[in-house]
Every structure is written in C-alpha cells, then in structure tokens.
Design a protein around this ligand. Sequence first.
Ligand SMILES: Nc1ncnc2c1ncn2[C@@H]1O[C@H](COP(=O)(O)OP(=O)(O)OP(=O)(O)O)[C@@H](O)[C@H]1O
Ligand SMILES: [Mg+2]
Length: 229
Amino acid sequence: MLECRQINTFYGPAHVLFDIDIDVEQGQMVCLIGRNGVGKSTTLKSIMGLAPPTSGSVRFEGRDITRLPPHRIAQAGIGYVPEDRRVFADLTVEENLEVAERGGAPWNLPAVFELFPPLLEFRHRRGGLLSGGQQQMLTIARTLVGNPRLLLIDEPTEGLSPIVVKTLEGMIRSLKEKGQTMLLAAQDLRFSLSVADSIYVLDHGRVIYHAPRDQAQAESDRIRSMLSV
Ligand SMILES: Nc1ncnc2c1ncn2[C@@H]1O[C@H](COP(=O)(O)OP(=O)(O)OP(=O)(O)O)[C@@H](O)[C@H]1O
Ligand SMILES: [Mg+2]
C-alpha cells in the first residue's frame, strides 16, 4: 500500500534521512522505532509532504505522491497525527470531530466514540480542558473521521503517565484489530513488539534493522541494544 524507496530528506543544509526504504501493506501496523532525533518524525513528514524528500520516491496505492503538497496527500487517503497533539481548544470534543468529519466508512462519530469512550463522556467539554491523554485520543479520532486508508501516528504516548499509556496502547491495538492500516513512530520497543506486523529501527537517519514481528521478537535483545547505544 505504501512504498518508500531510497528517501533522502534535508532540513536546509542538514541531511537528515538517508536512503530510507519502508513498506506498509494493507491492514498492517508497522512500527518505526529509534531513539530521540534519529529521524522518525522526519520520515512521517517526508511521507506526508511536510518535509519533502530531495530524492527517492513515495508511492501510495500504486500512485507516486512524492512531489504532492500535504493537502493533496491527505486527499489521497493518508491521515497524519503529529507529535504535538493539536486540538481546537475553544471547540468542544464533538465540534472538533464534526469539523474534521468527511463522511464515508468506517469511521464516523459513533465509531470513534466507541473506540475512545472518554471522548463520548466529555463530548461537550472544550478541547483545551481535556487531559493530555484525552487530547491525544481526540487528535487520533479527528484524523480517523477523515477515513484515511493509511494512518501515520507520531509517538502517541509520549509524555503521558504510565496508566494513560496503557489505556492508549489498548485503543491503538483495537484500531489495528478493526483493520486500520497504520505506520506508527515510537520509542517503546515492548509495545511495538507486541502489536506491530513489522518493525523498522532507525538510527542517524538510516534504517539499521527491519524484520517481521516474529523475527523481531526472537531478536529483541539485539534490537534493545540498538536502541540503547
Ligand atoms: N525543522 C527542523 N530543522 C532542522 N533540523 C531539524 C528539524 N526538525 C528536526 N531536525 C533534526 O533532524 C533530526 C531528526 O529529527 P526528528 O524529529 O525526525 O527525530 P525523531 O526521531 O522524531 O526524534 P524524537 O524522538 O525526539 O521525536 C534531528 O537531528 C533533528 O535535530
Ligand atoms: Mg519525533
């Protein structure tokens, strides 16, 4: 469904991504893991057209989207949840969702309320008054109601308390069980190994490891050492 080939991305003169190859198949959840600053967010931004690659290609459902502007990439069917949980602070939860709703299946308001019960409970509360975890749920829900065929999520549990992390991880797991195709950037190996169909490890802007889940589980010590150096 998504094929990234030999992506190289720069911020001004700084070369940040080197020959990145990533594949996501329909229905899969793929995790991109790595320490701080290795290029996880930049990879997602490169796919989304927010940090367009200087060379290489991104194909989505067979179509070359490499040089498209972000809004066209969104229209093509890719949803993006950035790391900085931006919700409309003055709109209620329900209004935040309504402005993003695009119709279509399977994600509408009742479906995201079922996935994220706190959003139903607080549907009349303004976005700015939600907790960090609830804001993250709202950010994901808002992207989902656009019914993207591929969802990119950048470090959804970053900065949340352990109990909230557990809750959100469970919700992301149900999202996968409902068949949503996802590419998720994360620092947490444990969760990635438990849920991902395939795992990529980034270091200094390069893919230094890639394996399907079974193999990655068997080689978890090796992956852990890649993340701790
Ligand atoms: N807008 C920018 N301008 C210049 N350099 C940037 C910019 N954004 C990120 N970088 C640099 O690019 C490299 C990769 O950053 P990126 O944010 O993609 O890493 P990351 O893996 O997402 O890290 P984190 O875990 O901290 O979110 C880092 O060296 C970072 O300092
Ligand atoms: Mg990041």
